[in-house]
Write a protein that binds this ligand. Structure first.
Ligand code: IVH
Length: 663
């Protein structure tokens, strides 16, 4: 046999063994035999560099050192899921969906794996890219690290689409974490606390060899593409299993929400027997056309939801209540606890939310309290064991003045929290403002960390964000712990931040309710800071995804002279206040139109038509109503939909008619 042939044979055979071992959990040969074959292949490949294949089984062992991760735009946005916590929430979800369609539909229930989500792209049956979720719009390219995960196929078998994406969860099985920790303890290192954080940390390692050593695994649960094998989610996953993917077996189809609830309760009871962690159940509409019809909100699909299991609880002693001042001046009461183990981590502090919560639960220092870890990272106190309360315990008196600057606290109607109104000179607020501004998702200023910020504030070098841009190397050199090199880095980092796009500058300003997503929406819509400053509350609310609370907050922020002055100073310093978000609009031929896309099309895919609608100023809506402008109707449009359009006199137009409207 020629070396070329032998290489091809070994590659195929080793890929099959990987599949049997890591996906099917049914090894056909011993580890020793596997290693022998792999060594043979490695040798042959070394002798035949011209036959290199980036997806050969030899490429799974890692070895390459990555310099950093490149951010890549997702072809399909990576959404998250809405959460529910009770049967009642779930019934609401069911009712909501039934209002969106009059077609009968099935639910698919899956376990909700607690790991990191990943999006894999395959072209012609080969893995070409693996992206993390990132901010949903763009993620980090972690392909080299993902290739080391043995249950992820590098090459597919069978009848797969030419191009598609498949999404899933990378996780560390519980035994995998244990195995890693045993080794760490032997080496005198601190063991890792929980599987999710360790999985996510592993994906971001720069040493692929180290990643290859970590027993990561991956379940896939969502297929995307223009030419999927089936029009339902369940079938697509079964097909994907045939192509070689690790698809969970714990997946079931149901025709009622009651059955879904039974599935949930079954797994709530059984979840602790699983070899990996799950934090809930995901419920999805099976039919993909219907999914499209039901559509999406800004952050998540309407056609799916996650049911979160009740979090683990433990009891411990509340030693002291202290108060934290956030960057917006919001006061958070904090429970300082006798350390206790909870869901894999040691908990010493927990949130008490606000004064009402303390009063409602009558939480007091010295109490035995129940602590719970929900979806949030910070655990919270959820109850008090009254029968264990000390006879002399004192009712908690909520503070009336800022613990940091002693200013009297205020609490506005409708606000759950107390605020320190001293925005100008309350130290944690100033610090918080800067920390937010320089943070990774905002200005991401290299060479400037928390401690330096603290120093700069202490020395009176900065009080307002704009002061950063006046700093010179000579100003910072005299500071303690700042050497020549770090002073240079700091100034260079600040200089570089002037190129950060407008939406991140806007986010960095720290306007209440203006998070990353809202900042993007505002910039996309208004394009310049002046347009935002000059918009009134009505104009703001008219923007999709901007509600009353946000509009009022934005308007209030730009009504203050001191904030306007800040913007002027930042503009003068050279920061970006004009949108660079690519303008994808092509015409306003469909401006104001609300359009339903339904059926199967010949010339373009449904997704492409939806994109065109947006590019020409129209709006995609999920279901037909009185306000629908027209239906773009393909073949096999659902009969109930057709009937509804006819009943309401909504025009149904063909692909050709639609395309004619655009030109
Ligand atoms: S489907 C558009 N299915 O949960 C639907 N997600 O809270 C995309 N997750 O970002 C998600 N198990 O990382 C889906 N069986 C499952 C899942 C699952 C875990 C994660 C995923 C997602 C997050 C949402």
């Amino acid at each position: 046999m020629s070396e070329r042939k032998r290489i091809a044979l070994l590659r195929k055979e080793l890929a099959n063994h990987n599949h049997s071992y890591y996906v099917l959990d049914k090894p056909l040969i011993t580890d020793f035999e596997f290693d022998k074959l792999l060594a043979e292949l490695q040798l042959l490949e070394n002798n035949n560099p011209d036959l290199f294949d980036k997806n050969s089984p030899t490429q799974r062992v890692g070895g390459e050192l990555i310099k950093g991760f490149i951010a890549v735009k997702h072809k399909y946005r990576m959404l998250s899921l809405g959460n529910t916590y009770s049967a009642e929430d779930l019934y609401d979800f069911d009712i909501r969906l039934k209002k969106l369609t009059d077609q009968a539909f099935e639910y698919v229930c899956e376990l909700k794996y607690d790991g990191v989500s990943i999006s894999l792209t395959y072209e012609n049956g080969e893995l070409v890219q693996a992206l993390t979720r990132g901010d949903g719009t763009q993620g980090d390219d972690v392909t080299e690290n993902v290739k080391t995960i043995k249950s992820i196929p590098l090459k597919l078998q069978g009848d797969y689409p030419e191009i598609f994406e498949i999404r899933g969860e990378i996780f560390l099985p519980i035994a995998g974490l244990q195995q890693m920790n045993e080794l760490r303890i032997e080496q005198g290192l601190e063991p890792y606390a929980n599987p999710r954080n360790t999985a996510s940390g592993s994906l971001k390692l720069l040493d692929t060899k180290e990643v290859a050593n970590r027993p990561l695994d991956c379940y896939l649960y969502y297929l995307l593409g223009d030419t999927l094998p089936s029009n339902n989610h369940y079938e697509n996953l079964q097909k994907a299993k045939e192509w070689g993917f690790k698809i969970p077996n714990e997946i079931e189809k149901f025709s009622t929400i009651e059955q879904a609830l039974k599935f949930i309760n079954k797994w709530d009871a059984k979840r602790h027997n699983l070899p990996y962690e799950i934090d809930g159940i995901v419920i999805k509409v099976n039919n993909i056309d219907l999914q499209e019809e039901m559509g999406y909100t800004a952050k998540s699909p309407r056609w799916a939801i996650s049911y979160k299991f009740k979090a683990e609880q433990v009891s411990t002693i509340l030693n002291e209540i202290t108060y934290q001042v956030g960057r917006t001046g919001a006061i958070t009461p904090v429970a300082n606890l006798a350390p206790v183990q909870l869901a894999g981590t040691t908990v010493k502090r927990a949130s008490l939310h606000n004064a009402d919560q303390i009063a409602k639960l009558d939480i007091r220092e010295g109490d035995k309290v129940y602590v719970e870890k929900g979806g949030e990272i910070i655990p919270k106190v959820v109850g008090v064991e009254l029968k264990d309360r000390d006879l002399f315990s004192q009712l908690t008196a909520y503070i009336t003045n800022c613990p940091s600057c002693a200013t009297e606290l205020v609490r506005k109607d409708g606000d759950a929290k107390h605020y320190c109104p001293n925005r100008e000179s309350c130290p944690p607020q100033i610090k918080g403002k800067f920390e937010h501004f320089i943070s990774r998702k905002a200005m991401n200023i290299d060479g400037l960390g928390r401690e330096t910020i603290e120093l700069l504030i202490q020395e009176g070098l900065i009080t307002e964000i704009s002061d950063l841009y006046q700093l010179k190397k000579e100003d910072v050199l005299p500071l303690e712990r700042i050497a020549e090199k770090s002073a240079e880095n700091l100034i260079a980092g600040i200089e570089a931040s002037k190129k950060i796009p407008f939406e991140r500058v806007l986010f960095g300003l720290g306007i209440r309710y203006v998070g990353e997503t809202v900042a993007k929406v505002l910039v996309k819509h208004f394009k310049t800071i002046d347009a935002i400053i000059n918009s009134d509350i009505e104009t703001l609310i008219a923007v999709d995804e901007i509600g009353g609370k946000i509009a009022e907050s934005v308007n209030a922020y730009f009504s203050e002279d001191k904030n306007l002055l800040l913007i002027e100073e930042l503009k003068a310093a050279g920061l970006q206040f004009v949108s660079t978000i690519e303008d994808t609009s092509k015409s306003d031929n469909l401006a104001g139109d609300k359009i339903v896309v339904s059926g199967v099309f010949q010339q373009y895919s449904r997704a492409e038509y939806k994109k065109m609608i947006e590019e020409h100023g129209g709006k995609n809506v999920g279901s037909i109503s009185k306000s629908t402008t027209f239906v773009l109707a393909g073949e096999n449009m659902g009969p109930s939909k057709k009937q509804k359009a006819e009943d309401l006199n909504i025009p149904m137009i063909s692909e050709e008619e639609f395309l004619a409207k655009l030109s």
